[in-house]
Structure formats: C-alpha cells, structure tokens
Design a protein around this ligand. Structure first.
Ligand SMILES: CC(C)(COP(=O)(O)OP(=O)(O)OC[C@H]1O[C@@H](n2cnc3c(N)ncnc32)[C@H](O)[C@@H]1OP(=O)(O)O)[C@@H](O)C(=O)NCCC(=O)NCCS
Length: 247
C-alpha cells in the first residue's frame, strides 16, 4: 500500500533493532524483580506483534471494546493496514523480559510529517464502521487543535496503539513505553511526541511520563454534542485526550 508510506525515514546510521530502555519490574509468578527491555520491533516479529495487538489491544482499547471491534475481522484488517507502514518505518517498540522473547507489550509508533496526510489517506481504505467511528471521534479532538501549527514543527513522533499483555499489566510498563519516547525523539532529532489517548489507564500513564494535555473531552459530553455516538455510552473510560511531551 505505497500511498501509505511515510515521508520520514529512519537514518541508516542508527542501529536497528536497538534497545532503548531497560527497567526492573515484578516477574509474572513472583514478586522477584527482573529486567525488562524496550527495543525496536524487528520486522520478522510483525505477525506476532499483530497477534498480540489483536488479543490485547483490539479487545481492551475502550472504544473498540464497547463497539466489539475486537471480534470483527474487518476492524482487525483496517488496523493491520495502519500498522504495516509503521513497522516498515522501523519505529514501533516492543517490550521483552530478560531471557525471553515473548511479547510483553507493543507501542505502534511512527514519525508523521505534516505532508503525509496519513489519517486522511488511510481513512479512505477502512472497511469497518468501528474503525471509522474511532477515527471520527479522534477528528473531533483535532477540530480546534493542530499539533504541527501549535508547536511549529514539520514532523513529530506519534503513536497508534499502546498495549501491554493482560497478564503483565499493573507493572507501569505503559509509563516506561511513554517515557522511552524521549530517547527516540533525542536520537531522531524530533522535538516532540504527540498522541490521541482513549483510555483512563493510558491517560494516567501519559500524565506520569510527563505529557501535557492539549485537548480533553469526556465521552459523556461528546455523546451530548454528537448524538450519533450514543452507541458508545457504556464505554468504560471517562475521557479521550490529545497529549504531547516536548522532548
Ligand atoms: C494502557 C495499558 C497499556 C496500561 O497498562 P499498564 O501500564 O500495565 O497499566 P498500569 O501499570 O498503569 O496499571 C495500573 C492499574 O490499572 C490496572 N489496569 C491497567 N490496564 C487495565 C485494563 N485495560 N483493564 C483493567 N485494569 C487495568 C492494572 O492492573 C493496575 O491495577 P493495580 O494497581 O490493582 O495493580 C493497558 O491498559 C492496555 O494495554 N490497555 C489496552 C489497550 C489500550 O487501551 N491502550 C491505550 C489506548 S490510548
């Protein structure tokens, strides 16, 4: 899908796959602290990364969850279409624990340029109404906020999918993924990282990692102003936001 390729390319001078961050956290079946590492997602692990996202992200991300997107093949295919060019740009991160190559978590990162028009282009490929609803909600947040203009940049580090495997949650691994973005920004000479957050858990992760809030809208309010979203009224999170960390 060449029309979805990003303008920004990872410099060849930066090793790939690179380990960006290590930290200690509890093991699975004991309180013993072990080392986890956050590194670039190798291209040959992309299919497993998709399996991880289908099982842990598409099922539990609050909007997809309330709309049952995780059970719809077309929704999963739409996201696969979005994530492949990100993997090819070599920016997504994966978390492993020491002595293991089991996927603990994924952050589907990418570098977006103001001339990519990625969101508009990919929207035209979407087949699932769930995916369209998620993007339509995101666009409500962007109605009065343009990160390129607000921060005076041509490109920034963005993300489309932060996920920790269910069994590894509660170790603040989300905080570590978000804080690691600072290392990528520094190495790639990017001034900021900016993202759409849909979950109370990820919003909390972002606040702890040092993100500032640009726009926040409660789901109950969006339903009042846009009644066509009444079908998300049972969503389990409170608000969707746009947040930025200046690096
Ligand atoms: C966002 C996410 C990565 C955070 O995971 P994490 O870093 O492990 O979360 P934390 O360590 O901050 O968890 C804090 C607490 O919330 C709980 N928690 C975290 N995510 C949860 C979830 N999706 N559902 C229920 N409880 C959750 C943890 O178990 C922990 O509970 P505890 O204090 O009793 O131990 C994770 O919720 C996730 O993968 N969600 C699904 C996809 C998603 O919504 N992504 C973000 C969209 S922008």
């Amino acid at each position: 899908m060449s029309d979805l390729a990003f303008i920004w390319k990872r410099p060849n001078t930066i090793a790939f796959p690179k380990v960006w961050h290590t930290f200690q956290a509890r093991d699975l079946d004991s309180d013993e602290l072990i080392e986890y590492r956050i590194q670039d997602l190798p291209l040959d692990r992309f299919d497993e990364a998709l399996e991880h996202m289908n099982a842990n992200y598409n099922q539990d991300e609050p909007i997809a969850q309330v709309l049952d997107g995780g059970k719809q093949t077309e929704h999963l295919e739409d996201y696969k279409l979005a994530w492949r060019p990100m993997a090819e740009q070599k920016v997504p991160l994966v978390c492993f624990k020491e002595g293991s190559d089991e996927i603990v978590g994924i952050n589907m990162l990418f570098v977006i340029n103001k001339d990519d028009h990625f969101m508009e282009k990919i929207y035209g490929h979407f087949k699932s109404q769930v995916t369209k609803d998620i993007f339509d909600l995101m666009m409500i947040l962007y109605e009065n906020f343009d990160p390129f203009q607000h921060y005076g940049v041509d490109e920034y580090l963005s993300s489309f999918g932060l996920s920790v495997s269910r069994k590894y949650r509660g170790r603040s691994i989300g905080d570590h993924f978000l804080a690691t973005r600072k290392n990528l920004c520094n190495e790639f000479a990017l001034k900021l990282t900016h993202t759409f957050f849909t979950s109370d858990f990820s919003n909390h992760n972002a606040d702890k990692a040092g993100f500032e809030t640009n726009v926040a809208i409660k789901y109950e309010d969006v339903i009042k102003t846009h009644p066509r979203f009444n079908h998300i009224k049972n969503i389990k999170s409170k608000a969707m936001t746009l947040k930025t960390m200046v690096c």
